[in-house]
Design a protein around this ligand. Structure first.
Ligand code: MG
Length: 393
């Protein structure tokens, strides 16, 4: 039985803390050999004590001394993006789990690939922005990319059951919880408050992804993520609303058979599978109790009320730099909404306007045009957010 030695980038976030839970649950199969956090010094220090790791990284360099004071002097502390990359190269690691919010995990992911480490990817932005670049580099390096996002992990599992190429897959069907406003009238969405948007019905997640679930941009990003992970054209990536979040996603084959993956909604399931793949290992997680489950519901997504899916499909079809632009514009709009400078439905307006103003180009396998488009989209989106804020006052 192979033990995975894992570096966790983003260890104090929602996925990171679940990953440490998995490591405690299956110690024969998972050992944590490096930890990185953005700025949560206290939580990181506790994790360092617990795991005994000797290499850590702190994105916020100004907090290095504060961390050093809390931990043993024989622990090496790296800082900044270069520090994350240094950790991704850790000699004794054979897998790097990327669970950093947003785009900060992109460079460390490419560094890990170069160093021959398998990747477990929880940060969807990496595959949305640079899916083609990352997957091409991964294939060239001969490393595995294991998705941790529950939907993609589910599809990965479904594809293992019936190991056929993309030509025998007719559709990938991503399930979506529909978020807290699934049944709301379209006109009522304009008055959604931050507090309402932060109440997710089935998943307990970070703030940004919770807002993305409410707008359905989370599912839009996941459509593009799936397109690159599984090398399937956008028009064969479908979404179905499933409010119970028990079926995590499905694969439909050309003969009409559908294979689905189910479990309780707990991120420990997909994290463990990414770490133990291709094996299955017993654990202390609660299996489904079908006698208690009741009914599972499936509904068509309401794209007229939640235009994020339409925008995402367009971005994925245009491809090139457009998915990066959509992602960046959404990050800025969500930030403005969380700072109460933008209305809920204006998130879609901002993203749509920024996409309309962009002419996508083919990055030809390079990161630079993608990062340039990302920066352009951020400043353009910020400008639009500012003008909307002034006009609504
Ligand atoms: Mg997901």
């Amino acid at each position: 039985m192979r033990k995975r030695r894992v570096v966790i980038l983003g260890s104090t976030g929602s996925i990171g803390t679940s990953a440490l839970k998995v490591a405690r649950d299956i110690p024969d199969r998972m050992e944590v050999v490096g930890l990185a956090a953005c700025s949560s010094v206290k939580a990181l220090a506790e994790q360092i004590h617990e795991t005994g790791v000797k290499r850590v990284a702190l994105f916020d360099a100004t907090k290095k001394e504060e961390l050093a004071a809390l931990i043993s002097p024989d622990v090496t502390i790296f800082t900044g993006e270069e520090g994350l990359c240094e950790l991704a190269r850790t000699e004794e690691a054979d897998m790097v789990l990327i669970s950093i919010i947003g785009t900060a995990g992109l460079q460390p992911a490419l560094t890990a690939i170069e160093a021959g480490k398998d990747l477990a990817i929880a940060s969807k932005e990496i595959l949305v922005m640079a899916g083609e670049v990352v997957m091409t580099a991964a294939r060239k390096a001969g490393i595995n990319v294991l998705p941790v996002d529950s939907e993609h992990n589910a599809i990965y599992q479904c594809l293992q059951v019936d190991h056929r190429g993309p030509d025998q897959v007719s559709r990938l069907i991503l399930t979506a919880s529909g978020g807290p406003f699934r049944t709301w009238d379209k006109n009522a969405l304009a008055s959604v408050t931050l507090e309402q948007a932060l109440q997710h019905p089935t998943w307990n997640m970070g703030r940004k992804i919770t807002i993305d679930s409410a707008t359905m941009f989370n599912k839009g990003l996941e459509m593009i993520e799936a397109r690159w992970l599984f090398d399937i054209p956008m028009d064969r990536v479908d979404v179905i609303v499933h409010p119970q979040s028990i079926v995590h996603s499905m694969v439909e084959y050309v003969d009409g058979s559908v294979i689905a993956q189910m479990s309780e909604s707990d991120m420990c399931f997909p994290i463990q599978y990414a770490v133990t793949w291709p094996d299955r290992v017993s654990n202390t997680l609660t299996p489904l109790d079908f006698r208690q489950l009741g009914s599972l519901v499936f509904e068509a997504p309401r794209e007229d009320a939640f235009p994020a899916l339409t925008l995402a499909r367009r971005a994925g079809e245009l491809s090139g730099t457009m998915p990066a632009v959509m992602n960046a514009a959404n990050e800025i709009a969500v930030e403005a909404f969380m700072n109460r400078r933008l209305g809920f439905t204006q998130i879609w307006d901002v993203v749509g306007q920024v996409m309309n103003a962009h002419d996508p180009i083919d990055p030809m396998g390079r990161l630079e045009p993608i990062l340039k488009a990302d920066a352009w989209a951020r400043s353009t989106a910020a400008g639009i957010c500012a003008s909307l804020a002034t006009s609504s006052v």
